[in-house]
Design a binder for this molecule. Sequence first.
Ligand code: ZN
Length: 171
Amino acid sequence: MPRITHCTDADIPERRRMVNADLFVSEEAVNDMLDHADIGASDNAEVMGLLAGSVYRDEKGIYAVANKAVTSGLLSDEVSVRFDPSEMAELFDALDALDFEYVIVGWYHTHLGIGCFMSETDVNSHTAAFGETGYAIVIDPIREELKIFKGSKDGPVEASMVVAEDHTQIA
Ligand SMILES: [Zn+2]
C-alpha cells in the first residue's frame, strides 16, 4: 500500500459523536465493500480497497467517518492481495472523482474462509501506511464475518463500527 499521509492532531476538527463508536461507515461504503468481497470470493481471490472520509475528535478522543470505499485493479489470490502498481492511476482517479473533501481514514480487505483477524502481513501493511492511526476492516464473505481494527501504539487492536444510513446523521 502507498504510504498515507495523515493529518496531525492539530488539524482534526472537533465534532461530537452521538453514539460511542470508533468508526462510522456509510451504508453505501458497506454495501460496496460487501459486493466487492462477494465478487472476489466468487473468483477465489481476496480483495482490498481504501476508505475515504473524515477524522474528528470529541471529548472521548479521535474517531472517523468513512463515506466511500474506493478500489482499483488488484493483484490477488486466495491468500493475498495488493494494489496492482500498474493500476495506481485508476485508484488515484477514483479518489480524484470524489466530490467531497476527504482523507484516507483506513482500508479494507477480505479473508476467504479463515475468519477476520490481522495477520502479520496485515499488521505490517497497516503500520506502514497509517502508523499508529487508521482503521482496517477485515471481511470474510465465506464465513459472513466482519471485524474492524484501529491503529494504536501496540499495533492494530479491535475496534467498533456503526453503519450510518446517511452520514449526516452521524453527528
Ligand atoms: Zn489479511
